[in-house]
Design a protein around this ligand. Structure first.
Ligand SMILES: Nc1ncnc2c1ncn2[C@@H]1O[C@H](COP(=O)(O)OP(=O)(O)OP(=O)(O)O)[C@@H](O)[C@H]1O
Ligand SMILES: [Mg+2]
Length: 369
């Protein structure tokens, strides 16, 4: 191998060049790229392929940006999506099934995680062991751009931890089953990810005597604006498509997709999302989580009401024009007509002991809706 190969930056890209022996008086270097000589003030050192194929980037002799990128790229080409950098696990989305998350794999990592290849199971395993060893709370932070695989990895971590739990109870199943519910109401197709989480999650899992005894999931920053408005080719939250695809839709006075303004008047299918299967999973998850039929019915009624609300017509003066939708909303939310009108077309102002009702104009009525 030519040991004079170095990395230089050209047009914001790292490319390989050959360092020549020529010494310039201005301390610059002459570097040959595809037979053409260029003058550079600096360069980065190159590593041999063997030296790059390390499980942990810190073991690469010349650790610099182009070598990190090349190392990760070389591993990715061999379907190795995990690489450590110190104690941090870098994970790339393979965009295909690599059989990395089977029950067999979980068993292997449970047996002796430390000697195996980098894996998100290793992170989960280490945090579990550190919890027992130091008796201190452990945190796993999952971060990355949209579509990187945060939700997927989090699911894998939870699957691994529930698998480690010794005295299995209904809790493990509930921890896993909370997911279809959160995703139905909080995930949507975006231009980058068919199942994009439009909210953040902080999951606390409590472990005692080697077993999961509780779980608390806090959600934050839910993208509420998506309810009423989506980019072209993006979707509203999955739940609307799940409900409209199901036999239950007539129960909530719903028609076909074209009917609903809050769905851009059409159905947009997803490659990575199966609305029918997900709806069945959702109903099952509701049941596992202890939501009874009456509550589930109310929840779906509220979901349907949102679609009906989007179709309410409002006149120039901000009055709601009576329609079937208006009646459906009242029935589904179990309220009378004046309550709905008051909620949408009026603002209530409290002064001393008096409540004054102020009529909204058209724009404010639309906002208030
Ligand atoms: N390790 C993996 N193996 C197979 N598929 C994966 C893997 N990681 C992610 N995916 C797939 O890639 C897509 C995007 O992943 P995911 O939804 O987890 O991204 P995200 O980081 O949560 O994005 P967002 O910020 O938009 O919520 C999903 O369809 C997911 O199933
Ligand atoms: Mg996500």
């Amino acid at each position: 191998m030519n040991t004079n190969i170095v990395w230089v930056k050209m047009d914001n890209d790292w490319i390989e060049g050959e360092l020549t022996d020529e010494n310039l008086s201005n301390n610059n270097f002459i570097i040959k790229i595809n037979g053409v000589e260029y003058e550079y003030s600096n360069y980065e050192k190159h590593n041999s392929i063997d030296n790059l194929k390390k499980n942990n980037l810190v073991d690469i002799p010349h650790l610099n940006e182009p070598s990190i990128l090349e190392a990760i790229h070389l591993r990715y080409k061999d379907d190795i999506i995990y690489t450590y950098t110190g104690k941090i696990l870098i994970s790339l989305n393979p965009f295909k099934n690599l059989d990395l998350f089977t029950d067999d794999m979980i068993s292997k990592y449970k047996l002796n995680s430390a000697i195996l290849e980098p894996h998100v199971y290793q992170i989960a395993d280490t945090s579990y062991k550190n919890l027992l060893k130091y008796n201190k709370n452990q945190t796993i932070m999952v971060s990355g751009e949209s579509g990187a695989g945060k939700t997927y990895s989090t699911r894998c971590i939870i699957k691994y931890l529930t698998n480690l739990s010794k005295n299995k109870s209904s809790i493990e199943n509930m921890v896993v089953q909370s997911n279809p519910i959160l995703e139905a109401f909080g995930n949507a197709k975006t231009l980058r990810n068919d199942n994009s989480s439009r909210f953040g999650k902080f999951i606390k899992i409590q472990i005692k005597n080697y077993s999961i005894i509780g779980c608390n999931i806090e959600t934050y920053l839910l993208e509420k604006i998506r309810l009423v408005q989506q980019e072209n080719d993006e979707r509203n939250f999955h739940i609307f498509y799940q409900l409209l695809n199901s036999d239950l839709k007539t129960k909530y006075y719903l028609k076909s997709f074209e009917h609903y303004n809050y769905l851009n008047n059409r159905y947009i299918s997803c490659r990575d999302v199966d609305d029918n299967m997900d709806f069945n999973n959702l109903l099952n998850a509701f049941s596992v989580m202890g939501f009874d039929e009456i509550i589930v019915d109310k929840i779906l009624g509220i979901v349907a009401s949102v679609l009906h609300l989007g179709n309410l017509k409002i006149d120039e003066d901000g009055n709601i024009i009576m329609s079937d939708e208006f009646t459906y909303i009242c029935k589904l939310l179990d309220i009378n007509e004046s309550m709905l009108t008051d909620a949408i077309s009026f603002r209530l102002m409290k002064t001393n002991n008096e409540v004054i009702k102020i009529k909204l104009n058209r724009d404010d009525t639309i906002n208030s809706r």
